[in-house]
Ligand binder design. Sequence first.
Ligand code: MLT
Length: 202
Amino acid sequence: MSDFIHVFEPGHAPALLLLHGTGGDEHDLLPLGRRLAPGAALLSPRGKVLEQGMPRFFRRLAEGVFDEDDLRRRTDELAGFVTEARGRYGIPAPVAVGFSNGANIAAALLLRHPGLLGGAALIRAMMPFAEPPVADLSGTPVLLLSGSQDPIVPAANSAALAGLLQADGAAVTHHELPVGHGLSGMDMALAGKWLQALSPNR
Ligand code: MLT
């Protein structure tokens, strides 16, 4: 298996791919995943890039300015990991739940590897590529939760990401919440409901 340090917790569908923010690790979002989708399978890798000792999923040149060559390479590597993990653990195409840096690489996964993810909840994501590839995301459900007081992600940037994913055919639900960059109770409530609606029988 591609060498990502990770945790896998077996469970039912939808399987969640948990992608942490800068400075997090594979354990960070497990409580969130368990709360958002009780009993769901959880796959939680640790980003391989270290920024002053803090794990991330790809390099950045400054806050909000990405090393896009590295981002492309890391996105493809993570896609390989997800594909191998699906075979190894017998899980369906996972729904990504990404926060901040993890949401950004989840957006990059959607754009570079359409069909890899069953959907994505992107919490405080921004446009990952200056010139995004054209992707066919027909029917892929995407939840985008942005914060109107987010000092890292300008409102216009998250709106542009929502527009791009929609233009690619994704079924986008975008909420702009009256919050900053951090995770809030509103994120939990909205993400939980959105996931529930993806598999209403649970
Ligand atoms: C990023 O680098 O992905 C964004 O600036 C968000 C962050 O990790 O702080």
